[in-house]
Design a protein around this ligand. Structure first.
Ligand SMILES: Nc1nc2c(ncn2[C@@H]2O[C@H](COP(=O)(O)OP(=O)(O)O)[C@@H](O)[C@H]2O)c(=O)[nH]1
Ligand SMILES: Nc1ccn([C@@H]2O[C@H](COP(=O)(O)OP(=O)(O)O)[C@@H](O)[C@H]2O)c(=O)n1
Length: 223
């Protein structure tokens, strides 16, 4: 078992289950889950300089400029230098992947391949708890009480960019931007792709893969 700190990335289109899989990996292996989308939404809520700039892009389903998201993520990664980490939503373009290259060597890239129709269905039923980034789905993992976060009791919301028009733009943009990133990681031999329509079926394979790099927090098998 390697003792070095894990540097991992989860790639996949909107709705592919990056957040869901990252949350499970973070819980099972005790590593830091860093979601670029969550950081952007936190900045928007706080009306920070980055948030004000990013808002217009997120609302339209567009990617924020590379230098903006890269500087947000570099600041976060600097704070987590001594921990295992897992990136969700970053890098999304080749320029972002090259910036990440300058600060670390990735050990593992998990790529989620999910059919287009499945993505659209999932996003229309996604609800989030904005403060924590916890993700629910009215069919897959509904909250205990409709519209309420299980942990805090606060209201859940639907993301503006999960509305059908923005979803169509996001899915199209994802493909163009992600292709060279996927090619880069494939050529390095760190890319592991998983296809399917159900996270619960993909998860045991992801668990086994991550177990080959980091020790699970609890020594029970994935289920
Ligand atoms: N029906 C269904 N929904 C899922 C499955 N896996 C994840 N979801 C839900 O699909 C939505 C998108 O997943 P999320 O992890 O947020 O994807 P991301 O956009 O790639 O981070 C969320 O509402 C999840 O709860 C699944 O296997 N089946
Ligand atoms: N590297 C990134 C990550 C997110 N984003 C923005 O944040 C939005 C939400 O990203 P996310 O990773 O939370 O969600 P999904 O689009 O994967 O569902 C994206 O649609 C982009 O507008 C970005 O511009 N650049």
């Amino acid at each position: 078992m390697a003792s070095k700190l894990l540097r991992a990335v989860v790639l996949g289109p909107p709705g592919s289950g990056k957040g869901t899989v990252c949350q499970r990996i973070a819980e099972s292996f005790g590593l830091q889950h860093l979601s670029s989308g969550h950081f952007l939404r936190e900045n928007i809520r706080a009306k920070s300089e980055v948030g004000v700039l990013a808002k217009q892009y997120l609302e339209q389903g567009l990617l924020v400029p590379d230098h903006v998201i890269t500087s947000v993520m570099m600041m976060e990664l600097e704070k987590k230098q001594s921990q295992h980490w897992l990136l969700d939503g970053f890098p999304r373009t080749l320029v972002q992947a090259e910036a990440l290259d300058r600060i670390c060597d990735l050990d593992l890239v998990i790529n989620l391949n999910i059919p287009f129709e499945t993505l659209k269905d999932r996003l229309s039923a996604r609800w989030i708890h904005p403060a924590s980034g916890r993700v629910y789905n009215m069919e897959f993992n509904p909250p205990d009480v409709h519209g309420i976060d299980d942990i805090t009791g606060e209201p859940l919301i639907q993301r503006e960019d999960d509305k059908p028009d923005a979803v169509a733009v996001r899915l199209r943009k994802y493909k163009e931007a992600a292709k060279p990133v996927i090619e880069l990681y494939k050529s390095r031999g760190v890319l592991h792709s998983f296809s399917g329509t159900e996270t619960n079926k993909i998860w045991p394979y992801v668990y086994t893969l991550v177990s080959s790099k980091v020790r699970p927090v609890h020594s029970k098998e994935a289920n």
